[in-house]
Each structure stands twice: as structure tokens, then as C-alpha cells.
Design a protein around this ligand. Structure first.
Ligand code: 8OZ
Length: 359
């Protein structure tokens, strides 16, 4: 078995190591969803990652759910991302854009003409977001119509093409953490009676159709999918996660995608349960591409995950946020900078580009 610091092939790309940077929402974009001027520095400081996955980035104005998250649907946004990608490439890094639609995890004040958010079913989440006035309960969503689903799928295609224009190395489809695709996947949020609801094969349909849209712009190996089968963040639940996600993985296998990225543990949870890890281990046996894990890994645990064959790569979130040279630090077993939660979301360079590398 390889170790954490060995290279790995992803389609036509040779990634320098298996220490990936997990997608991290930092809410520092402007009101139009244009990434900040600090973002090029932030991402290029982290170019030693085997692969950087960007912060979640909305595919359309309706895909936005928080103040100051970036988008990939306007010219200005594409132009800003292009500079970020160039800067990462100059530093020798590889970077995928994470394509995001929040579905019901939004607030009318963030949406065009203050409309209600959209979701598979009109079920309001017991969850919070951030709007101009501070924290707020998310709004009541409306169920997507058949034509609304078509339009949303077309937004995935446009956003994927925009990511290509911006020069990214690939895209990751965000199907995790209680956002739109995950809302279709799991039973707690999907009560549809059409072909997008009911049995798992139907609940997986929106995801596979989104993949098909993205395939219009990208080679299959340049596409990853992120799922979180047991994460209850954003008021999520499923009657049978093993059934839902084994069907999802079986369907996804048919596309020959680059990787599956599995969140095994929610951001603020105390740790992965035996069940979380057992389901992830089972999905690993089904999945035919690279298998990337995330949630609760430190250096030794990540190394063990690779050496045992549990995963092909490990994505680090908070540790990468606070340590721009994380792969080197893990390899040297060096001390790590502590992440400062007060600067995770919003603000400027402090807690963003200010964490030092080892000298
Ligand atoms: C933290 C705050 C806001 C959004 C996710 C995109 O959980 C997020 C997110 C995380 O996937």
C-alpha cells in the first residue's frame, strides 16, 4: 500500500501526494459573489496539497445560501477565479472547483427578488444561515417543478463550463452536507412522488443527471462527487443510509468518475461513530475510482487510512486552513498551527492568508 506522501494518478493528472485540501467555506467574496483579492494568495499558499478543492461555489443566483460565498455564474466571477487558478498553477498546485447549490438552506433575502429557496419538497429545515443582519433561520422552500429541475440541471452545465473557462483542473460536485443534491438523495427531505422521489434509484436521479450535465464540459476523470451519508448537519436524515448510498455509488460507478469524496464526520461532531466508518468502508468496496475520505483525520490516522487501503487520499479541512504547508508538516511530524474559529467566516486577511508556513 502507498503512503500519504506518495503521488497518485487522477485521470491525466499526477497529484504530488494524497494530502488533499478539503472544501472550506470562508465567506470572503463580495456581494456579487466575486472571490476576494486575497483568495489567490490563500489558495496558492496551499498549493502543496495533492489537490485543492475550493470552497463551495454557487452555480446560480438561486444556489446561494449564505452571505459572501462565491459564485461561478457571472463573467466577473469567472475572471476572478481565473486569476486564482493561475496563481495556484504557478505555485505547482492542482485545483478543482466545488459546484454548489444550497437548495433549501437559504434565506429569501439572499435570493433574486427575495423569492423562496427551492428544494425537492417543501420542508423547511431546522437550520441557520448568515444574512446581512446576522444569523437567521432558513426560509421555507418551495418544491421544484419539473421545469425547475431542468433549469437547475442546465445551471450545473453552465457552471461546469465556466469552471473550465477559468482553467480549473476539474470540478467536484457537492452532493453532501444537506444541500440540494443531498436533499434529493435522503428520505427526510425528499417526499416527491415523481421519478425523482420514492425508492433510492429515484432519489439518486437528480445527482446522476447533474453528473451528466457536468460531463458535457469535463472528462469523467476530472469530476469528483462529495457525499456525507451519515452527517445530520442541516437537519438531514435518511431511513436507510446504506441503501441510499450503495445505490448512489452503484449508479455513479457507471460514469467512470475520478473520485468519490466521503465526509465521514460532520464539522462540529465529536468523532466518527463505528457505523459512520463501517458504512464508509462498505462504500469503499463498491466504488471503482479513487476514494477520498474527510472528517476527523490527523496525520497518523490519515497515514493509517492510506496504508490500510481504507482510502486513496485524505482531505483535511481545519488543519489545512491553519497550516498552508500541511503536507510537509505531516511528513515531518512537525507542530501544527491551531485554527482560530473566530476568523473562519468573513473578515479579511487575518486568519485567512496570515497563518505561517514552517521556516
Ligand atoms: C460551513 C458553513 C457554511 C457552509 C458545507 C458548504 O458544509 C458548507 C458550509 C460549511 O458543505
Amino acid at each position: 500500500m502507498p503512503n500519504l506522501f506518495e503521488s497518485v494518478q487522477l485521470g491525466s493528472l499526477v497529484l504530488a501526494n494524497r494530502v488533499f485540501m478539503a472544501p472550506l467555506t470562508r465567506t470572503r467574496a463580495d456581494a456579487d459573489g466575486v472571490p476576494s483579492e486575497f483568495a489567490a494568495t490563500y489558495y496558492s499558499q496551499r498549493a502543496s496539497a495533492g489537490l485543492i478543492v475550493t470552497e463551495a461555489t454557487q452555480i446560480s443566483p438561486m444556489g446561494k445560501g449564505y452571505l459572501n460565498t462565491p459564485g461561478i455564474h457571472s463573467h466577473e466571477q469567472v475572471r476572478a477565479w481565473k486569476q486564482i487558478v493561475e496563481s495556484v498553477h504557478k505555485s505547482g498546485g492542482r485545483i478543482f472547483l466545488q459546484l454548489w447549490h444550497v437548495g433549501r438552506i437559504s434565506h429569501s433575502s439572499l435570493l433574486p427578488n427575495n423569492v423562496q429557496p427551492v428544494a425537492p419538497s417543501a420542508i423547511r429545515a431546522n437550520a441557520h444561515t448568515h444574512i446581512a443582519t446576522g444569523a437567521a433561520q432558513v426560509s421555507e422552500p418551495v418544491a421544484l417543478t419539473a421545469s425547475g429541475i431542468k433549469e437547475t440541471l442546465a445551471d450545473y452545465q453552465r457552471a461546469a463550463a465556466n469552471a473550465k473557462e477559468a482553467g480549473f483542473d476539474g470540478v467536484e460536485i457537492h452532493a453532501a452536507n444537506g444541500y440540494l443534491i443531498d436533499q434529493f438523495l435522503r428520505t427526510g427531505t425528499n417526499q416527491r412522488t415523481d421519478k425523482y422521489g420514492g425508492v433510492a434509484a429515484n432519489r439518486v436521479r437528480f445527482l446522476t443527471e447533474a453528473v451528466e450535465q457536468v460531463l458535457e464540459a469535463w472528462d469523467s476523470k476530472q469530476i469528483g462527487v462529495r457525499i456525507s451519508p451519515t452527517v445530520d448537519f442541516n437537519d438531514m436524515s435518511d431511513d436507510n443510509p446504506r441503501d441510499t448510498f450503495s445505490v448512489a455509488v452503484a449508479r455513479l460507478n457507471g460514469y467512470g468518475l475520478g473520485y468519490l469524496h466521503v465526509v465521514e464526520q460532520a464539522q462540529d461532531s465529536k468523532g466518527s461513530s463505528e457505523e459512520d466508518l463501517a458504512l464508509s468502508a462498505y462504500l469503499r468496496t463498491l466504488w471503482k475510482g479513487l476514494y477520498v475520505v474527510n472528517g476527523g483525520y490527523d496525520g497518523p490516522k490519515g497515514e493509517k487510512a492510506i496504508r490500510s487501503g481504507h482510502a486513496d487520499a485524505v482531505a483535511y479541512g481545519r488543519a489545512f486552513l491553519a497550516n498552508p504547508d500541511l503536507p510537509r508538516r505531516l511528513q515531518l511530524s512537525a507542530a501544527l498551527n491551531e485554527p482560530d474559529p473566530t476568523t473562519f467566516y468573513g473578515g479579511d486577511a487575518a486568519g485567512y492568508t496570515s497563518y505561517p508556513a514552517l521556516s
